[in-house]
Write a protein that binds this ligand. Sequence first.
Ligand code: AMP
Length: 105
Amino acid sequence: MTSIFTKIINREIPSEIVYETNDIIVIKDINPKAKIHLLIIPKKEIETIDHLEEDDRDLIANMFFVAKKVSSDLWITWWYKLHFNVWKAGWQEVMHLHLHLLSNM
Ligand code: AMP
């Protein structure tokens, strides 16, 4: 089943896109838990951290470098946190891997 994030990536449903590369998209969270709440999403549909494969190493590294770039663009380099929720018991609602970036600056 196509995830809601894949639909956003394919422009089938709207979203506020902040940044995009060949393999990653960054959007504003629709229900922000902080003044700035972004989602860093690989275009490849990986369900959870638990589903990562060896071939995903570069992709995951790229997600952190995108976090660095976006935080720098937003001038919040020193004031943010990153987190993954993992599986439903670990607060993950959307089963398409994503890294939360939150800041109250
Ligand atoms: P998680 O609980 O880690 O799976 O986080 C999923 C996040 O996706 C939540 O913070 C939601 O508010 C957010 N979200 C769900 N649907 C959308 C959407 N269409 N556009 C932007 N963010 C969304």
